[in-house]
Design a protein around this ligand. Structure first.
Ligand code: IPE
Ligand code: IPE
Ligand code: MG
Length: 245
């Protein structure tokens, strides 16, 4: 008989990887130094999820608002994404990781977009971990896009427009095929969502830590999971109802 999945381990974790700039500033180095250092924490998070049997890890790498940063920082980030894909994809593929870039990819330069599509194609058959990398992603964009796609399906006659409900919209959101979001983590001390997975956050547990992203390691992720394991998820019911199943 297959082992029952442990409900205390989240099936889907999302992380706002924040604090790279401040980490660099503390060391009197340029912000891009922090972005480079943050890549090690990405590897830590992926390893952690593989080891703990987490099904999906969704990382916020670049928001739709991050284009507003100084041009030099934006281009350094684009360069870093490109190199990271070239460097990491073979190993991720070898470890059974399925990579998906979520967000409006049309805004990226053709060379980078090709790398992203190539990484997704190459790893499409993998099942050990879904690694979703949110780039040029915004929660409102995701919801508006899902609503538009659902409306288009209705216009094609797939269902009556009057049946366009939450479930129909949900089906067109970016991560609809993956387990519901269990745990949202934000590093770097800010207590905000910054237009990340707005739809998917409805019943996620929220965890905030002051640790800056480049300092994140297995121990800090263990702490987040220990905290999560102590939560009681009631989904609107009473504690007594939850206790008696
Ligand atoms: C997060 O770190 C990385 C990206 C947004 C790309 P920040 O660059 O926002 O770091 P802080 O918040 O300025 O310290
Ligand atoms: C959110 O962090 C985006 C990413 C981590 C990619 P920001 O640093 O951009 O968020 P704000 O500006 O503090 O809200
Ligand atoms: Mg920040």
């Amino acid at each position: 008989m297959a082992a029952k999945p442990d409900a205390r381990v989240p099936r889907h974790i999302a992380i706002v990887m924040d604090g790279n700039g401040r980490w660099a500033k503390q060391r009197l180095r340029p912000r891009t130094f922090g972005h480079h250092a943050g890549q090690k924490a990405v590897r830590e998070a992926v390893e952690f999820c593989l080891r703990r049997g987490v099904a999906s890890l969704t990382l916020f790498a670049f928001s739709s608002e991050n284009w507003a940063r100084p041009e030099g920082e934006v281009s350094a980030l684009m360069e870093l994404f490109l190199k990271a894909i070239d460097r990491e994809v073979a190993e991720l593929d070898g470890n059974g990781v399925r990579i998906r870039f979520v967000g409006d990819l049309d805004a990226f330069a053709p060379a980078l977009r090709q790398r992203m599509l190539g990484a997704m194609d190459r790893t499409a058959g993998n099942t050990a971990l879904n690694l979703n990398v949110a780039v040029n992603y915004g929660g409102r964009w995701d919801i508006a896009r899902a609503a538009r796609l659902a409306a288009e399906a209705a216009a094609r006659g797939e269902f009556p427009l009057a049946d366009l409900d939450e479930q129909r919209v949900q089906a067109y959101t970016c991560l609809a095929d993956q387990p519901p979001l269990d745990l949202f983590i934000r590093t770097g001390g800010e207590r905000r969502v910054s237009n990340f997975l707005l739809w998917q956050l409805a019943y996620a547990e929220l965890y905030f830590t002051d640790t800056l992203w480049p300092d994140v390691d297995q121990a800090s992720l263990d702490e987040a999971l220990e905290d999560y394991a102590r939560r009681e998820r009631r989904y609107g019911r009473t504690g007594e109802q939850v206790a008696t199943g």
